[in-house]
Ligand binder design. Structure first.
Ligand code: FE2
Length: 380
């Protein structure tokens, strides 16, 4: 079933049931990192983010420091502990640098918490009002897969910088944007036989719908396989595909992730651009590394299979950009190598020209490319 088929069903379901968890969009993504100051420099230099907000010793935060960087609608928070007693240390020791919080922008953080906890969510933070001279924010949080958390952020009564407790972070070093606009989707990797557990959780606890399903017959290479289901909220602004490993001849990239992250967690963050070629060239020139391009046969097939691509296919091939289509249009996408030493988190850059899918037509080429990297790491 494709997205077009399911759209009227979605509308009908929400018209009948009412959306108990209306989400306005992604608010921020918070990473726990070993050195937030240096991580912030990396996101500014390599990805073109701008300095936005800060909290740390100078602002009275004694246990941890957080740097917030921003690019268009994307806000990334980089948090590091300031002493050995902070519980953040345990997270870092176990998982390495990684995504701790996927924060969702809501109109009512108290109701969001009550509705989800009532439906079985494990609480992370009860609704908490944070206040300063610019107004107040209410935040609450629940656990999702692994030790990952969804925070609900109600900011309609706040007009300060980011959140109470933060100060504006002004910097003389402001690299130009690379054209990243908003988070298109975020993918979670979960362990064996856990995909349906979390699909059911997003459905029951958050009211999400299973938009698309890919089984291991669709997603496999000669060596490895995985399964994936895409969960989406009522207005479609939030999309969380969930992956699980499947049996193959060799170790799949999902198993590799689970082994090195030591549990379930966020596998990749897909960010949208209007100009993937310009964005990828800018990122490459700043040192971001991408997975290698698929072979020429892939592009020959694209030329035959996907009509109406505005961009020159040979130019896309030169940059290693993948192309897929559905009934509504096409999409261009490319994946970075893992952005840290553990082969865990990576980014996807995506340009949508009508297509609503996730590049299923590219899964094989993508996974073969990842397997080439796994072979180098000795983890295939
Ligand atoms: Fe993706």
């Amino acid at each position: 079933m494709n997205t077009k088929d399911i759209a009227p069903t979605l509308e009908k379901i929400y018209a009948e049931a009412g959306d108990f968890l209306p989400l306005n969009g992604t608010d921020y993504v918070e990473f726990y990192v070993g050195n937030a100051k240096q991580a912030a420099h990396y996101y500014k230099t390599a990805f073109g983010f701008q300095s936005y907000a800060y909290k740390g010793l100078e602002t009275g935060s004694r246990d941890y420091a957080s740097y917030v960087v921003i690019q268009d609608k994307i806000k990334i928070v980089l948090t590091t502990p300031l002493n050995s007693k902070s519980p953040i240390n345990e997270h870092l020791t176990k998982h390495g640098d990684g995504v701790k919080v996927v924060a969702l922008w809501v109109d009512d953080a108290t109701k969001s918490y009550e509705e989800t906890v009532k439906r079985g969510a494990k609480p992370f933070m009860a609704p908490t009002k944070e206040e300063d001279e610019n107004g107040y924010v209410v935040r609450s949080g629940i656990y999702t897969y692994g030790e990952t958390v969804h925070m609900f952020v109600e900011r309609k009564n706040y007009n300060g910088t980011f959140l109470p407790g933060y100060v504006e972070w002004k910097s003389d070093y402001n690299p130009t944007s690379t054209g990243l606009k908003y988070i298109d989707h975020m993918v979670g990797n979960v362990g064996w036989n856990e995909m349906n557990v979390w699909v059911d959780w997003y459905s029951k606890v958050m009211g999400f719908i299973n938009l698309l399903t890919f089984d291991d017959k669709q997603i496999h290479t000669e060596y490895s396989a995985l399964m994936s289901k895409v969960m989406a909220n009522g207005n479609g602004r939030i999309k969380f595909p969930i992956n699980e490993p499947a049996e193959g001849k060799k170790k799949s990239q999902i198993e590799e992730y689970i082994e090195f992250y030591e549990g379930s967690g966020v596998q990749h963050i897909a960010v949208a651009t209007d100009d993937v070629l310009g964005t990828v060239r800018a990122l490459r020139s700043r040192g971001v590394e991408f997975l290698s391009a698929p072979p020429k046969a892939y592009y020959d097939d694209v030329k035959a299979r996907i009509p109406g691509v505005k961009e020159d296919i040979d130019t896309l091939a030169k940059e290693g950009i993948l192309i897929d289509c559905d009934e509504e249009g096409y999409l261009l996408q490319i994946f970075t190598k893992p952005i840290e030493d553990r082969p865990t988190l990576f980014f996807e850059i995506i340009q949508r020209e009508g297509a609503k899918g996730f590049g299923a037509g590219n899964f094989k080429a993508l996974f073969e490319s990842i397997e080439r990297e796994q072979a180098l790491r000795g983890t295939l």
